[in-house]
Design a binder for this molecule. Structure first.
Ligand code: SF4
Length: 379
């Protein structure tokens, strides 16, 4: 099947420059949105490129050889990312997640991690810094990531069976290399390690129990396997509700196979519902954006590769922070206070709760309809 015309490219430019209050006040760390949700978690996409073509995220027929990825000059530099992160930390963020595309494709990403690892919360505490990767480069990079200050890592792994895995990443990448990457990450001391499996009914749901068994037997309790309900992110994956396997069914299958009991959340705003193996063999998580929406305490903001702030994974409009990072007012560059105040205003007006609003009737976004793509702002 030839490459389809890609209507998505121009969406990257759908953003407004956030207003900067005349008298910018210092960030207080006590920022809340219109639903009383604090700002605690910033997901930073460091590249829109990926070496996989997962069918539910970057289908090959849309993201083929002629797809125009963002030019280097339009990406935020490491210094711009670190400055922006510092301003979010002043507003109360204490968790940073590096995403992509595939973040390990960004050259010298370790240097960025070292810069971010030097940041401190207003109370002087280090930040919780993690990264989501497809694991393809993890075996090679794990030690350098650890040495640069990364504490833990999340690896996307949608199947144990090599043929199923290769079909889902659609670049014929072998599962063995990702499994090896997880072993190396464990050896160098990245912990805890989380494995995320997107469950697509009829495609890989038969892999739920085999992958859980493999993680229990080969990685042990230090590695937490999470199952993500297949979501209607972006406008290119042809999402259908009948391909969603509800998390309740995932839990039922694992309970029959291994025996599970519910666990309390670690923190407010945690996306996964936790369940422990009754035999002490560790725990699993389910992330149920479709059947059990968790917008009520969603404290996550997302920064795109070229500096656009998105307030929801399903947003269709961004806020252009790069314009402030690189722009001027009255002939002088915007100060940290200016940009922090602009961020504060944007968050204070936030009302997003797409997953709560999504129902059986909500039509999936069609190509050309504005909905930001996951590979552009990270999961
Ligand atoms: S749908 Fe949007 S508001 Fe709801 S949990 Fe996801 S990112 Fe947060």
């Amino acid at each position: 099947m030839g490459e389809r015309v890609n209507p998505i490219a121009d969406l990257r430019y759908a953003a407004t420059v956030p207003p900067v209050p005349a008298a910018a006040t210092r960030a207080s760390g006590a920022l809340h949105d219109r639903r009383g949700r604090p700002l605690r978690d910033l997901r930073i996409s460091v590249t829109d490129r990926c070496n996989f073509r997962c069918t539910y995220c970057m289908p090959k027929e849309l993201f083929g050889a002629s797809y125009a990825f963002l030019p280097q000059a339009s990406l935020l530099s490491f210094e711009e990312i670190t400055r922006t992160a510092r301003l979010f930390v002043a507003h109360g963020v204490h968790k940073l997640r590096l995403t992509g595309g595939e973040p390990l494709l960004r050259k010298n990403v370790e240097q960025l991690i070292a810069q971010l690892a030097a940041l401190r919360t207003p109370e002087g505490k280090p930040l919780d810094i993690t990264l989501t990767t497809n694991g393809s480069l993890l075996a090679r990079k794990a030690q350098a990531l650890k040495d640069s200050g990364l504490q833990r890592v999340t690896v996307s792994l949608d199947a144990l069976d090599d043929a199923v895995f290769r079909r889902m990443n659609d670049v014929d990448f072998p599962v063995a290399q990702v499994l090896e990457g997880i072993h190396v990450a464990q050896r160098v001391g990245l912990a805890p390690i989380k494995i995320n499996m997107v469950v697509k009914k009829g495609t890989n749901d038969h892999e739920i129990v085999p992958l859980a068994r493999h993680v229990r037997e080969h990685f042990g309790p230090g590695v937490v396997l999470r199952f993500i309900e297949y979501m209607d992110v972006g406008a290119s994956n042809g999402w259908r509700m009948d391909e969603v396997l509800p998390s309740a069914e995932v839990v039922a299958r694992l309970d029959r196979a291994f025996g599970l009991q519910p666990l309390a959340a670690h923190t407010l705003g945690e996306t996964a519902k936790r369940h422990a193996y009754r035999d002490g063999g560790g725990e699993i998580g389910v992330i149920s954006s479709v059947t059990q929406a968790f917008c009520g305490d969603c404290n996550r903001a997302r920064l795109s590769t070229e500096g656009k702030l998105f307030l929801c994974l399903f947003a269709n409009q961004g806020h252009d922070l790069r314009a402030l990072l690189r722009g001027q007012r009255d002939g002088r560059p915007y100060t940290d206070e200016d940009i922090a105040a602009a961020i504060g205003l944007v968050w204070a007006q936030r009302e997003d709760r797409y997953s709560e609003l999504r129902t059986q009737q909500t039509p999936a976004a069609q190509p050309g309809q504005p909905r930001v793509e996951m590979h552009y702002i990270g999961g």
